[in-house]
Design a protein around this ligand. Structure first.
Ligand code: HEM
Length: 416
């Protein structure tokens, strides 16, 4: 069936995607007045879509698949190969259960204790320093937190380097030249190191606590009853460490929001958990992080009079759905209270993907992210004071990932 869906003219628009970053899909959805449009990316026909209905379709496992979708440059840096992101069907469901099994209330409570301890230690250090670069510091706090929570032993002397390597993995997927190759190199090194750790666990030399990611993933059996290949187990443990370190980006945006919206800061001083929750949700909605999710059409199907042809690359606009005027009314206003009456739909608010955690590809670490952000926010607002010197706090809507440009400099940090 042919159709009324707009088509972007031209041979290839990959460069526009890089140039317009987070706004590429949203700009075209607005100018075409359509939540779905056809374009050409990486030399092939591609579909871009956004909004609540589109997200609902995108997360229908009978319509889309993930295997073989991630370009090599993403697999070699951000994701790793043969991890949960690339699986479909029963294999995905079984692997995803492994991830979700470590997200228990007890383990999340443990996580909160660890991250609070790490903030205390960092504050103790910062009080003795003239100034700090918050992004660098939070990368290290998060790396320590991630390793302790996951049961991964790291010597103090290696911590900075590990934080640096994990950061390179999530910063390099869209980078070109040396920054991209640094990300590949970092992944190779960390995967090798983690592979040795998995072997030590299996050989009885290392005994991580039950319930940690290292223990659970090292001893996980696949659907055929076999332990995971060492390399794959390594990729999956890194799928816990790397994104916890990436929460640093959201902590820096939280700090920016606290700075830009002093009236919200006042509300947070009450320590009210609901107020903190709404603030964190609004940070995740408002600021850019993951621009889109990618999948491939599994079998031909028709939606909005348009035939999605088997094998077509399809991007779901995560940033644009969180900034969709039909869902959010005034999306460019930072307004935590909008979450007071939010209906909790799994398809309208999708900074970490949408749909179901267990059956689909929605982020396994969303609860971890929210918990860590809330503990960190409480420190920023209620447990410390600091000065913010003149600096460039603007952030790009093109560079992926984005961050306040100065990496957030603080002076005179004091524990309250
Ligand atoms: C998947 C975002 C933190 C583990 C995803 C997806 C997004 C995302 C957009 C893909 C959704 C899709 O493909 O449909 C984020 C953001 C984070 C974050 C913005 C903030 C830092 C975390 C954390 C963890 C984690 C802290 C682990 C503790 C995962 C895993 C997947 C995933 C394992 C793959 C799920 C699957 O394929 O079934 N995340 N994430 N993420 N995330 Fe996160």
């Amino acid at each position: 069936m042919s159709n009324s869906v707009p088509k972007e003219e031209g041979l290839d628009h990959s460069l526009n995607l890089l140039r317009e970053g987070y706004l590429y899909i949203l700009n075209r959805r607005q100018s075409f007045h359509s939540d779905v449009f056809e374009t050409r990316l990486l030399g092939k026909k591609a579909i871009c879509m956004g909004g609540k209905e589109a997200a609902d379709i995108f997360y229908d496992n009978s319509k889309f698949k993930r295997q073989g979708v991630a370009p090599n440059r993403v697999a070699e840096t951000l994701f790793g190969k043969n991890g949960v992101q690339s699986l479909d069907g029963d294999a995905h469901k079984h692997r995803k259960e492994m991830f979700m099994s470590i997200m228990t209330p007890k383990r999340l409570e443990k996580l909160n204790e660890i991250v609070a301890k790490e903030w205390e230690m960092a504050l103790y250090k910062w009080q003795r320093m003239d100034e700090i670069e918050l992004y660098e510091e939070t990368l290290e706090i998060m790396c320590r937190t991630a390793c302790e929570w996951a049961g991964v032993p790291v010597e103090e002397k290696d911590m900075k380097k590990l934080a640096h390597d994990l950061r390179a993995m999530f910063e390099s997927a869209t980078a070109i030249g040396p920054a991209h190759w640094a990300g590949r190199h970092a992944r190779n090194q960390v995967e090798k190191w983690m592979g040795n750790i998995i072997d030590e666990v299996r050989g009885g030399k290392l005994n991580p606590e039950e319930g940690t990611a290292l223990y659970t993933f090292a001893w996980h059996h696949d659907l055929e009853g076999n332990l995971l290949d060492t390399k794959i187990a390594s990729v999956e443990v890194i799928n816990i460490l790397r994104p916890i370190v990436a929460i640093s980006v959201y902590i820096n945006f939280s700090t920016l929001a606290v700075h830009h919206y002093p009236e919200e800061r006042e509300k947070l001083k009450s320590g009210d958990r609901k107020i903190a929750q709404m603030f964190v949700q609004e940070v995740r909605r408002f600021y850019p992080f993951f621009p889109f999710a990618a999948a491939e059409v599994k079998e031909d199907f028709t939606w909005k009079d348009y035939t999605f042809e088997k094998g077509t690359l399809t991007l779901l606009d995560l940033y644009g759905t969180n900034h969709d005027i039909n869902i959010w009314g005034n999306p460019e206003v930072f307004q935590p209270s909008r979450f007071e009456n939010w209906d909790g739909s799994p398809f309208s608010f999708i900074p970490q993907g949408g749909g179901d955690y267990y059956l689909g590809h929605r982020c396994a670490g969303e609860w971890v992210t929210i918990e860590i952000m809330k503990v960190s926010l409480d420190f920023l607002v209620n447990k410390m004071t600091y000065d913010i010197p003149e600096q460039d706090l603007s952030y790009s809507k093109v560079s992926i990932p984005s961050l306040p440009k100065s990496n957030f400099i603080m002076k005179n940090v004091q524990r309250l």
